[in-house]
Design a protein around this ligand. Structure first.
Ligand SMILES: Cc1ncc(COP(=O)(O)O)c(C=O)c1O
Length: 447
């Protein structure tokens, strides 16, 4: 890219320069406006330029911009922790604040390891995770991620995590199985893996409650997470739910696990927590995990300069207050239903859309070359990337992903508009996406 000193994600053609945002729209320096239908990567859950969040940040900046956590705590961080615990799943009693999703996952992995060290179970060294998952790009988070395209270059540097198949009915359920049977079989894979490894050597199982970037809004089969919870309890390992993308209201409840009827021992959240106004992530910690530290060394052997930063904490608290004041989770459920219905109407009989799926305002379409065999398009076509590019040309931002089917091939597109979105905008998103999909597929077929 000419004229830039930034090492961008890809060294290539110039990106549009975003200069302004308002509600669901982003405007670039040429004056072109885009519907931000994915909030970047499911981040901007209140849209852009929300006055209440800006005010909360300005007030915090005017009083205290920063205080190091080895010297002080702050009212902003304490208030956010109180608020998150008050609305957390059963058993969660404390919170650890960081600056994003990968940091949250790193902290959760280390909390889990140290929890067992505090209890004298030092022989526990292993994590079990799932294929087609993404937990972050730092080395620990990438080690548990089941995303080969992000891992391959760094594979020799990663620790050995143990991956089982995801719970992904569209690709893994047998035709002779009910959804429930399949959910049980998918959970049984965890038990088999624990037995194979020796459960006394395992620290935790980590999973995205709804799979995001790697497979595209994949919800688990009914009963899967209840069975997983029971297996973790039976073998004495921790359950870490990664809700960095699917949490904080995105699926229509504050936490995605509420809809699974289970509570984790550790849970990571980020993206929607700060809604893009500030970088922030957190680990929600069950009281029994906290107690092991409190009765043990009393020191979590971790920390960064910017943990508990008061400006992100003030922004995140304001986000929570706005979501409750404006009853936005009702809107997530209502508009999520409209989005699913619109996508089904537009793509239900589409020759190259295998599935329309998701929950709340976290939806995806999975693209296939052939609907009957579910065969993906050739990976070299980068169909999801083409759809993103075409959609942007037509003023729509959606979040593409590939490797959906097996880590290397398969394409999906994620749609994750803000919780404030209205019905007309939902319809416009579906219409523009429909056009972009058709144009991108036509271009890919002649490529
Ligand atoms: C489920 C999940 N975990 C972790 C991460 C990493 O978060 P971040 O990019 O903020 O480091 C992501 C990012 O997409 C994610 O979707």
């Amino acid at each position: 890219m000419l004229g830039t000193r930034i090492l961008h994600r890809t060294i290539g053609p110039a990106l549009p320069v975003a200069v302004a945002g308002a509600g669901v729209s982003i405007t670039d320096s040429t004056g072109k406006t885009y519907i931000d239908a994915s909030g970047g990567a499911a981040v901007s859950c209140l849209g852009h330029g929300h006055p209440d969040i800006l005010r909360a940040m300005q007030e915090q900046m005017a009083t205290l911009e920063y205080a190091h956590t080895s010297f002080f705590t702050t009212e902003a961080a304490e208030a956010l922790a109180d608020d998150l615990v008050a609305h957390a799943p059963d058993g969660i009693g404390h919170v650890y604040f960081v600056s994003g999703g990968s940091e949250a996952v790193e902290a959760a992995l280390k909390l889990a390891r140290q929890y067992f060290v505090e209890r004298g179970e030092t022989g526990r060294t292993r994590f079990v995770a799932r294929h087609q998952s993404y937990h972050g790009n730092t080395l620990g988070a990438l080690s548990v991620s089941g995303n080969p395209q992000r891992r391959d270059v760094f594979a020799p540097l990663l620790f050995d995590a143990h991956h089982i198949d995801p719970c992904y009915a569209y690709r893994y359920r047998r035709t002779d199985e009910t959804e429930e049977d399949y959910g049980r079989r998918a959970a049984d894979a965890l038990e088999q893996k624990l037995i194979e490894l020796g459960p006394e050597t395992v620290i935790a199982f980590i999973a995205e409650t709804v799979v995001g970037a790697t497979a595209g809004a994949v919800t688990a089969a009914p009963g899967y997470f209840k069975a997983v919870r029971a297996i973790c309890d039976r073998y004495g390992i921790l359950l870490i739910l990664d809700e960095v993308m699917s949490g904080m209201g995105r699926t229509g409840t504050l936490h995605a696990c509420e809809q699974e009827g289970i509570a984790p021992d550790l849970m990571t959240v980020a993206k929607g927590l700060g809604a893009g106004y500030q970088p922030i992530g957190a680990v929600l910690i069950a009281e029994h995990v906290y107690e092991a530290f409190a009765k043990g060394s009393r020191t979590f052997r971790h920390g960064h300069t910017y943990i508990c930063h008061p400006i992100p904490c003030a922004a995140a608290l304001a986000v929570q207050q706005v979501i409750r004041r404006d009853r936005l989770l009702d809107n997530v459920r209502r508009q999520g239903g409209r989005l699913q219905a619109g996508l089904e109407e537009r793509f239900g009989n589409h020759a190259h859309v295998g599935e329309v799926r998701g929950r709340g305002l976290f939806r995806a379409i999975e693209l296939v070359a052939d609907r009957a065999s579910k065969q993906p398009f050739a990976a070299e076509l980068n169909l999801a990337g083409r759809i993103k590019h075409t959609a942007m040309q037509h003023g729509l931002c959606v979040y593409p992903g590939n490797g959906t089917a097996d880590g290397y091939s398969g394409d999906h597109v994620l749609i994750a508009p803000p919780f404030t979105v209205d019905g007309e905008t939902i319809d416009a998103i579906v219409e523009r996406l429909g056009d972009a999909v058709d144009m991108a597929i036509a271009a890919a077929k002649v490529a």
